[in-house]
Design a protein around this ligand. Structure first.
Ligand code: F6P
Length: 464
């Protein structure tokens, strides 16, 4: 990948966005037939085992952030290990009926268009039911569902398949938010490709007006719901029970729509890094201290203030943060993966002394749990509060962390299947700048001097 030079000499690279491949759902399936010690035998309870079979049904007028919320929920639930998929009726409409529909297409008086729209809505619903009946855990049905009649139809189909339904309604009466949303997402959608912005905005406002006429808010008699009012200013819940649903509500409580970036970096090189030893609580090397000074200048120039700086409780991240000269918060949840009995060893030493462990990890790095330590799957669970705080924070966030931890956070931010996170490249002395967008996240990396002297990373299975 070409690395453009920056005026200050730091190399800056735009990272490719993650695109889910056809194997995404397959990757989420769990294989409990394995017998390797260190894998299934250690009794890992995963999300999919609980198999909730849940349908979240979005409700709300156009431009109320339904797709934003649906995608955030899907990203969070997928990251926790639930096989989750969003079924966006707008995408079905564009695929089957073409984009560039005039606002009159959404007029409830337009009988022909109404029946065409109903057909695509049901096609999306059928696909969601097939997904849930075929092994998926959670479906998110992303459509306006703005009448009681439409919601009753959706519910009756879900109930026939014994699926639990929860409505997620976004009500927004703050017209400034609606206007920003129309301009940021709708006027740029494939529906208005090539249409001048003002014309697109005017047409979209008329489209909203068609939906407004028939809109009925979700009532208590319809079942469980979460209502998000004015982009999170207020929330109302009804019949929300159980661990998963309360977590989802907790997650939704922290969402906001303020743009801000998240910066991820490992600590400066430590004396353990130089020796290739994992874990431990070593101080920075001379090169690591130089990196922290370089990082301070990047934070000053590019991140600005106020910035929320978070570290782990380990010395190497704290020493890096101290050299920034900014207040920071040390989180235990951000401590590096616990390598258990292997803590302080090199990969070569593990391969020699415990070849079975080394091979088990190389075979399934995501689920492998170090004896008396952790797996990547474990660290995802303990990072959940960090995710909530990342979502809640409105200032830029700089996390000075560790390799495994930052891989898991990167996977969340970039909506990668969690199983792939152990293979994300997060080298020392590189800063990752993540910029959440309406429906995704842009990533760039900045290489800072000096180059670390790190020995080879954990890699392929050792052959005995
Ligand atoms: O080597 C540095 C380190 O942060 C170790 O402390 C940790 O065990 C390791 O990286 C995680 O990387 P991997 O999962 O590739 O072994």
């Amino acid at each position: 990948m070409p690395v453009p030079a920056r005026a200050d000499g730091h190399a800056l690279t735009t990272l490719p966005c993650y695109r889910p491949g056809p194997n995404r759902e397959r990757a989420a399936e769990l294989n409990f037939g394995r017998s390797e010690w260190g894998l299934a035998c250690r009794g890992m309870m995963t999300a999919s085992v609980l198999s909730p079979k849940l349908a979240f049904v979005m409700v709300g007028l156009p431009a109320r952030g339904k797709t934003f919320i649906a995608r955030k929920m899907a990203r969070y639930l997928s990251w926790l290990g639930y096989s989750t998929q969003v079924f966006n009726v707008g995408t079905y409409r564009r695929a089957r009926l073409g984009s560039r529909q005039h606002h009159s297409f959404f007029d409830p008086q337009n009988e022909a268009a109404r029946s065409a729209r109903r057909e695509v809505a049901l096609a999306a619903l059928d696909d969601m039911l097939a997904f849930l009946n075929g092994g998926g855990d959670i479906g998110i049905y992303d459509a306006t569902n703005n009448t009681r009649e439409r919601r009753a139809l959706v519910c009756s189909r879900c109930e026939k398949d014994k699926l639990e339904v929860v409505f997620v309604e976004s009500i927004c009466n703050d017209l400034a938010i609606v206007e920003t949303n129309i301009r940021a997402t709708k006027a740029r959608s494939p529906d208005y490709e090539g249409v001048p912005e003002e014309q697109a905005v005017a047409d979209f406002r008329l489209r909203i007006a068609h939906y407004e006429r028939g809109y009925e808010e979700v009532s208590e008699s319809e079942g469980a719901f979460v209502k998000i009012i004015d982009a999170g200013r207020k929330m109302a819940i009804h019949r929300i029970q159980g661990y998963l649903l309360t977590r989802v509500v907790h997650f939704l409580l922290n969402l906001h729509i303020q743009p801000r970036s998240v910066w991820l970096t490992r600590h400066g090189e430590s004396t353990f890094n130089v020796l290739g030893r994992i874990g431990g609580d070593a101080p920075l090397s001379d090169a690591g201290r130089l990196y922290a000074i370089e990082l301070a200048s990047v934070v000053k120039d590019r991140v600005g203030e106020p910035v929320a700086v978070w570290t782990s409780t380990l010395r190497r991240t704290i020493e890096t943060a101290e050299l920034l000269g900014l207040p920071f918060r040390a989180w235990r949840a951000l401590d590096e993966i616990d390598a258990g009995v292997c803590d302080g060893m090199t990969y070569a030493e593990i391969a020699t002394a415990m070849p079975h462990e080394y091979n088990a990890r190389a075979t399934d790095k995501f689920r492998y749990r170090y004896p008396r330590g952790e797996s990547y799957q474990d660290i995802i669970q303990r990072l959940e509060p960090v995710i909530f705080e990342i979502e809640r924070e409105e200032s830029p966030v700089l996390i000075i962390g560790h390799q495994a931890i930052l891989r898991a956070l990167y996977a969340y931010m970039m909506d990668m299947p969690p199983q792939e996170c152990p293979f994300v490249s997060v080298p020392l002395h590189v800063v990752l700048e993540l910029e959440p967008t309406a429906y995704g996240c842009n990533a760039r990396s900045i290489d800072l001097p000096p180059p670390p002297r790190t020995p080879a990373p954990f890699s392929s299975p050792r052959l005995d």
